[in-house]
Design a protein around this ligand. Structure first.
Ligand SMILES: Cc1cn([C@H]2C[C@H](O)[C@@H](COP(=O)(O)OP(=O)(O)OP(=O)(O)O)O2)c(=O)[nH]c1=O
Length: 235
């Protein structure tokens, strides 16, 4: 099954490569601004769905039926979004845009537990020419609808995995040195458990790969499920 990782995260690319799957990577750029009063779970589930939609739009903008590899009838698009959440279940820990914002987050994470949530979506897309019409009207439409996009969404499934992470007590010097390392800037919660951030973690309860940005075992199970959907819906 042709898999596309629609992510710019080098950590996600590295994690998926550990599964020894063949995949290609594309980046999508979406507006990640939360809606007013949006719950953390609703936010990350909306993010992965929006990233998937953007990836399909991008594929259709660059694909032409005549160029498509005729052997590839369906593909899986994998998207993910990771945030930290404080014990209140509401305060979202984002990628810090400044030293001050990082310090403010870390002071709330010091010597206590927070959670890291990653939402994952696997979207099955099929070449329009290969879709199995469900009735005569659909069959007529599939043949006579002008300018069908090359790729159409057949189905998608999401999951949200949560891992509890406990930090040791953090001092001002620890925070200053960590910010200066450059590691915090592009990571939810401003730390990388796979990097220097490991020194701040006294324990985790749950999936380690979920903290890094892709709960690998759960993601592979989702890929397997959607791969089985494919044979049922593509001629
Ligand atoms: C908590 C934690 C997060 N992270 C990273 C994983 C993600 O790359 C990032 C969360 O930001 P995301 O917005 O989920 O992902 P991204 O912007 O890096 O990539 P894309 O949206 O294109 O998929 O934080 C770590 O690398 N280690 C950690 O311990």
């Amino acid at each position: 099954m042709d898999i596309i990782l629609a992510s710019g995260s080098p950590r996600r690319r590295e994690l998926l490569s550990r599964a020894q799957l063949d995949f290609t990577v594309m980046s999508v750029d979406i507006d990640e601004t939360p809606h007013a009063n949006e719950s953390p779970k609703d936010y990350i589930e909306r993010m992965v769905a929006t990233k998937a939609d953007a990836a399909v739009q991008q594929l259709n903008a660059t694909s032409r039926e005549e160029d498509a590899d005729k052997d590839v009838e369906s593909r899986l698009v994998l998207t993910a979004d990771t945030i930290g959440v404080l014990a209140d279940g509401k305060t979202v820990l984002v990628k810090p845009t400044s030293r001050e914002q990082a310090y403010e987050m870390w002071q709330q994470m010091s010597d206590t537990a927070h959670e890291v949530w990653t939402a994952v979506q696997v979207t099955l897309i099929a070449r329009s020419a290969h879709l199995v019409p469900c009735d005569n009207a659909a069959a007529h439409a599939a043949v006579h609808t002008p300018k069908q996009p090359v790729w159409q969404v057949v189905s998608q499934q999401q999951l949200t995995e949560r891992t509890e992470v406990t930090f040791i007590p953090l001092t001002a010097q620890m925070m200053r040195e960590y910010w200066d390392s450059g590691e915090p800037q592009d990571k939810a919660g401003g730390y990388g458990i796979q990097g220097l951030g490991a020194a701040w973690v006294s324990r985790i309860n749950g999936s380690y790969t979920n903290v890094v940005g892709l709960p690998l075992a759960q993601t592979l199970a989702l890929i397997n499920t959607l791969s089985q959907h494919s044979s049922a819906s593509v001629s």
